[in-house]
Design a protein around this ligand. Structure first.
Ligand code: IPM
Ligand code: MN
Length: 348
């Protein structure tokens, strides 16, 4: 398996190093051959060279089996340049139309919700990943004047909506509870979410064994805090998915364990910790690598090695449950020691 590695900025390189350490352990135990190709992309690279995406990078990445991504962002770069130029570009170029974000409170982890444990928080968000408000459609007129107009359009294609919803139903039909919630705002977004709702019902008719529910995104936010046990699979659009998955990360104990996958089931997928560059702790060995390690587990699962992916996830769960806190600097050990521990569990 050829893995393109994009460590990126801030804490990205530190957590990716631990993810690769664990991948190597899994390779030994499960008899995999993993070849890594490193790519220098990110804010540092951009400031050095002036190119957001260096020539040839996309072509080279198109040839790998999967991408292991750290984090990208830089305090000295105007917001949007790197996000749009790298993260969103990669998602779109490789048509990674699903952003899959599991929300799991591992046994032994104290989350912020009183009275909720691992039996209550175990769902997965299926976020549409290439359309909606993220396409950059819109514009200004009279920018900078007192009568300026700014328009941001949400683009929703039946093709894009349907493949996302179908993926979510397929996933729900394989899970124990077989329950799916469409998280939308049909009472206000009377065009885009009308389409989403119709497609949700149409596709749902093919999955009679999956129980369907609808909830407005604002209610979803309240319920994720008050009664997260309601949720099994949640399917939603790009913008709402962005927002509710940070809330999801919070209720699973923090961004330290929140892993995600940008999936193109027929192409090159990209796996990442969803937490970002954490510049305040970068380089200090304080960041929690479990999210990146969990993302590496997803990489194996979604590239034909689910048994190896499951072993990594089990080890992540065990280590997460043994730490005093999942927060950076509060783990009671260094970043690399957390990686070592996961690696030892895999090797056993
Ligand atoms: C995420 C991030 C990105 C997003 C940003 C960095 C563009 O917040 O992966 O959730 O909004 O999708
Ligand atoms: Mn986000």
């Amino acid at each position: 398996m050829r893995i393109g590695v994009v460590p990126g900025d801030g804490t990205g390189p530190e957590v990716v190093a631990e993810a690769l350490k664990v991948l190597d352990r899994a390779a030994r135990r499960f008899d995999l051959t993993l070849d890594y190709e490193h790519f220098d992309i990110g804010g540092e690279q951009y400031l050095r060279t002036g190119a957001v995406l260096p020539d040839g990078v996309l072509d080279s990445l198109a040839k790998v089996d999967a991408i292991m991504f750290g984090a990208i962002g830089h305090p000295e770069v105007v917001p949007g340049v790197l996000e749009r130029g790298i993260i969103l570009r990669l998602r779109r170029e490789f048509d990674q139309y699903i952003n899959l974000r599991p929300v799991k409170l591992y046994p032994g982890v104290t989350g912020p919700l009183a009275g909720k444990d691992h039996r209550d928080i175990d769902f997965v968000v299926v976020r549409e990943n290439t359309e909606g408000l993220y396409v950059g459609a819109g514009g200004f007129t009279h920018r900078g004047t007192s009568h300026e107009v700014a328009i941001e359009e949400s683009v929703n294609t039946r093709f894009g909506v349907e493949r996302t919803i179908r993926f979510a139903f397929e996933l729900a039909s394989q899970r124990q509870r077989r329950h799916i919630t469409f998280c939308g705002k049909t009472n206000v977004l009377v065009h885009s979410h009308d389409l989403w709702m119709r497609v949700f019902e149409e596709v749902g008719a093919d999955y009679e064994n999956v129980e369907r529910a609808y909830a407005n995104v604002d209610a979803v936010c309240a319920w994720m805090v008050q009664s997260p046990e309601r949720f099994d699979v949640v399917v939603t659009d790009n913008m709402f998915g962005d927002i509710i998955t940070d809330l999801g990360a919070a209720i699973q104990g923090g961004l330290g364990v929140a892993a995600g996958a940008n999936l193109n089931p027929e192409g090159v997928s990209m796996f990442e910790p969803i937490g970002g560059t954490a510049p305040d702790v970068a380089g200090a060995g304080k960041i929690n690598p479990l999210a990146a390690i969990g993302a590496a587990g997803m990489l194996l699962t979604y590239n034909g090695r689910p048994e190896a992916g499951a072993a990594i996830e089990a080890a992540v769960a065990e280590v997460a449950g043994s730490l005093p806190s999942l927060a950076a600097g509060e783990m009671g050990m260094q970043t690399s020691e957390v990686g070592d521990r996961v690696g030892e569990l895999i090797s056993q």
